[in-house]
Structure formats: structure tokens, C-alpha cells
Design a protein around this ligand. Structure first.
Ligand SMILES: NC(=O)c1ccc[n+]([C@@H]2O[C@H](COP(=O)([O-])OP(=O)(O)OC[C@H]3O[C@@H](n4cnc5c(N)ncnc54)[C@H](OP(=O)(O)O)[C@@H]3O)[C@@H](O)[C@H]2O)c1
Length: 318
């Protein structure tokens, strides 16, 4: 049997206990494609899976985590794709209900695998699928962002925040960005206005037409009060550690004439992935990366994610 190196989890696992195991290369089947993984980004949701969510019944165990990757088609099965073609894959249960990308090969449903054209390196490409799809979907599908908007990005010092600043600035918007750590203000200087978020933004910002909230339910009421009448708030992140809002009173908590939306990255499409790679190419943008690790150093990559000292997307290349 052909084997590959993979991270395989069956219980809550601290970074210090991460190892690479020998695991069977998955067998191809109709409707799925085998991808030779070249790079993958680390995500907050994988950390949540590894440290807690893995206890849930709906998680396949053992599981190879990893909700995204870029790579080459190793076996196209009946997909119509060609061997060697460059692809990006993300979500749809990847790394949760079926094995994900922390491996040399990943067997992935055709519907979650997307082709693209790009001159970026594999490491740079590894920073794109989940982060840029989520930024793009939040900004355009949910917030209907235009160049006339003034956008607030709350909790901007995360991979998604840096990507959202980059896209919004390239579009021509005015951007205000926050961090909860004063020492990180320098990391968001590409925004037009930056401020330290002490949990109360109401009254401190003016003319915000759209808000991308990455801190989440902990401060959502305050974000809703930080946009102008007619403004839209998109709830996408949960960095604040509060995941749902009990006692939310829409009548009183959503100001009159303010709109609340959300974004869930579970439904990527070829059309949107093509738009993202075209936008990056047309605007000559390089994805914002914090640090690149080799697959053999996956334990260090995950430890770096846990200690939160890397600013920007952590990418692992194989
Ligand atoms: N809706 C969706 O489908 C979707 C998709 C992707 C991601 N997300 C969510 O979007 C958020 C960002 O994801 P990511 O992968 O870009 O994260 P990430 O790069 O892993 O960033 C994590 C870092 O965010 C920083 N952070 C910034 N503001 C924070 C705050 N107010 N409270 C706590 N930490 C804060 C923390 O560093 P410091 O404390 O040093 O600042 C932390 O190390 C996460 O909540 C993630 O779950 C949602």
C-alpha cells in the first residue's frame, strides 16, 4: 500500500503532541479527485477543531485536519480535470467530515476543487483559498462593497483582516481598521485610519458605511452602532471568543435603518475563485503571509499559531 505523511488526529491535541504519521494515500473514487498538496494555510477554525470541536460526533475520527489547500491534480478520476493541473480547494466538510489538507495527498470532492491561473509561488498561493474567499465573499456578496464606501474592519490583525484591507484599498475604498493591541497598530497602517479597540467604538468613528466584524458576537451590538444609518454590518469572524448571542433583541439592538448580514465560507464557487485570482493578478497583489513553514516543521507551524506571535497567514509548503 502506498503511504504518505499526514497529521492524523483522533482527540484533543496540543501543538506539542503534533506528529507526522505514515497514512495510506487515499484511493480515488467517482466524483472525487486526488490532489497532490503543494501548500496549505493554517486557519483559526482548525485550531478550534484540534483543541475542542474534535470531541463532536459530526467530526470523522481519525481525521486529517485542514480546510484548504493548493496543489496539482494527481488523479482526476471522472472530473474532466487533467493530471498536473493547478487547483485550489476549500471547505464543504474538508478536514471535518472527510480528510483534509495536512497531508501529502488529499482526496477531495470535485465540487470543492477549483482551477485557477496565477504566477504566484506555491507558498503565496497557499495563503489564498480560505482567507481570500472569505474576505471576498464578506466584502462583495454580503457587504456589496463599492469604491464609494468607508469600510470598518474590526479585528483587522488576523490573516482575514490583512486580506480585507488589501482588497478594499485596491478597490479604492476608505478603510478604518482596529486592533485590540496598541503595539499592533503599525501592522494595519495601510488602512486610512487605525484605532485601538477597547470594546467601545460607538461614537469614535464617523461616516462608516460598511463594517466587517471579525471580533464577533462579543462586540456586535457596538459595531451595529458604529455605522451610519443605511450602513451594513457583516459578521464574519469570532476572534472575541463569543460564538452566539443569547438575548439578542433585533428590535432594540439593530439601530433603525442599519442592516446586519453574515458570511459563511462553506460554499465556494469556480466563478468567485476565478474573480479572486483575476483581481489579485490585475492589481498585482501578493497575498499577505506571516510565515512559511516546511511540512516537516508542521509542529512548529501549529505552535506558532497557538502562541499568536505570527502576524498574517501561516502557510505550510510541501
Ligand atoms: N465566517 C467564515 O466562514 C469564516 C471563514 C474564515 C475565518 N473566519 C473567522 O475569521 C477570524 C479570523 O480568522 P483568521 O484565520 O484570519 O485568523 P488568524 O489569522 O488565525 O488570526 C488569529 C489572530 O487574530 C488576532 N486578533 C485580532 N483581533 C482579535 C481580538 N479582538 N480578539 C482576539 N484575537 C484577535 C489574535 O492575535 P492578537 O491577539 O495578537 O491580535 C490571533 O492570534 C476567525 O475568528 C475565524 O474563525 C470565519
Amino acid at each position: 500500500m502506498k503511504t504518505m505523511k499526514a497529521v492524523v488526529l483522533d482527540k484533543v491535541t496540543e501543538a506539542s503532541d503534533i506528529t507526522l504519521s505514515e497514512y495510506p494515500v487515499p484511493e480515488i473514487r467517482p466524483g472525487w479527485v486526488l490532489v497532490k498538496v503543494k501548500a496549505f494555510g493554517l486557519n483559526h477554525s482548525e485550531q478550534i477543531l484540534r483543541l475542542n470541536e474534535i470531541r463532536a460526533d459530526y467530526i470523522q475520527k481519525p481525521v486529517i485536519p485542514g480546510i484548504e489547500c493548493v496543489g496539482e491534480i494527481a488523479d482526476p478520476s471522472d472530473s474532466g480535470l487533467s493530471a498536473g493541473q493547478k487547483v485550489a480547494a476549500l471547505m464543504g466538510g474538508m478536514g471535518r467530515s472527510f480528510n483534509g489538507s495536512y497531508a501529502e495527498y488529499a482526496l477531495l470532492p470535485r465540487r470543492n476543487v477549483f482551477t485557477f491561473e496565477s504566477d504566484l509561488s506555491w507558498a503565496e498561493l497557499g495563503a489564498v483559498p480560505e482567507t481570500y474567499f472569505t474576505a471576498w465573499g464578506s466584502l462583495f456578496e454580503s457587504l456589496h462593497l463599492t469604491e464609494d464606501d468607508t469600510l470598518l474592519i474590526r479585528g483587522a490583525t488576523c490573516a482575514l483582516g490583512y486580506a480585507a484591507i488589501q482588497i478594499a484599498k485596491a478597490l479604492g475604498c476608505k478603510v478604518a481598521a482596529t486592533t485590540h493591541r496598541a503595539e499592533k497598530l503599525s501592522l494595519i497602517q495601510t488602512a486610512d485610519e487605525t484605532l485601538v479597540d477597547d470594546g467601545k467604538l460607538t461614537g469614535k468613528l464617523h461616516g462608516i458605511t460598511k463594517a466587517l466584524d471579525l471580533v464577533g458576537p462579543r462586540n456586535l451590538r457596538d459595531t451595529l452602532n458604529s455605522v451610519i444609518k443605511g450602513g451594513v454590518v457583516c459578521q464574519t469572524g469570532i476572534l472575541g471568543g463569543v460564538y452566539t448571542l443569547n438575548g439578542f433583541d433585533p428590535i432594540k439592538d439593530i439601530p433603525n435603518g442599519v442592516y446586519l448580514t453574515g458570511f459563511f465560507s462553506n460554499y465556494p464557487t469556480q466563478k468567485i475563485m476565478t474573480e479572486i485570482f483575476t483581481f489579485l493578478s490585475n492589481h498585482k497583489l501578493t497575498p499577505v503571509i506571516g510565515k512559511v513553514f516546511d511540512f516537516d516543521n508542521i509542529k512548529e507551524a501549529i505552535a506558532a499559531q497557538d502562541n499568536g506571535r505570527i502576524n498574517g497567514k501561516i502557510v505550510v509548503k510541501i
